[in-house]
Unconditional design. Sequence first.
Length: 100
Amino acid sequence: TFDDISANLNKLSMGEYMKFLTEFGFYDKYPQLRKPDYTMIFKRCSKDNRQIELDDFFNTFEQLAEKIYEIKRAEMAEEGEEIPEGYSVASCLQEIYDAI
């Protein structure tokens, strides 16, 4: 579970981060995001591009939520759909937390 991972987390390598994303179904749940998107977010949140600490790990979720929000808004606009009331970066972040 996520609690098990975070309890033992001091630093997380990019490989471990990608494994985490796989285990929690991020690739399936958010097919709009590609591996380079996740890699870029990891690197942006890490101090040395190789490992992230627990605080940085949670920052990646915020970055993911922003990216997901941008992509979904663009898709809705392209399809002529109205953006649902209350749909925001915060709601995308909550969706991520609910998934883990």
